[in-house]
Design a binder for this molecule. Sequence first.
Ligand code: ZN
Length: 233
Amino acid sequence: MKVTVWNENLHEKEIPLVTQLYPGGLHGYIAGFLKDPETEVRTATLDEPECGLTEEVLADTDVLVWWGHMGHDRVPEEVVDRVQRHILSGMGLVVLHSGHHSKIFRRMLGTTCNLKWRDGARERLWTVKPNHPIAKDIPETFVLDCEEMYGEPFDIAEPQETVFMGWFNGGEVFRSGCTWVRGNGKIFYFQPGHETNKGFQNVYVQQIIRNAVHWACSMKRVELVCPHVEALE
Ligand code: ZN
């Protein structure tokens, strides 16, 4: 399996805490815990030509992991078009935290993906679909002592499956881990992972993202076409 971890890599250049928490940047850190003997992981960032998401890279990517926040608008439409085409033909997409407002996630869902937010909350995550592959080895519930609250209403297309729910100590709740299928591609969104909190250091958060990458990987890519055909019989 080949995974590409995309990160805008902007906070890392401005806030020293981000690279203290996540050496190598969010992309480098996430790539680090996704690597295993069967998983080849590369990274791509906003400042690379074509955002590092060339046709060659995407054609050689089974699952794309996305972290973005302040630079969503700086991703060119032609890159979004290309990523969308690859998802529809079977590339998996795992969108993390503030990637909810990325162009590609909004494109795939067709909704605003707006939500409520406030940093510095305690979050209790609940596994609400324990038999789902993305919930493998995850307890029924676990706590993140400090995470950014994302609250309902979350304006997303109705998920195919809601695997995790989040409860915050301000009283809010959130559909924290959801799946969709678009064309031949599988999509998972997961809420924890604010750049100045330690969410990605949590072993269960890491396991969920690892599980999601394996779940989103499809066996083959099939371009969706619309041919006129002659009758077979
Ligand atoms: Zn955030």
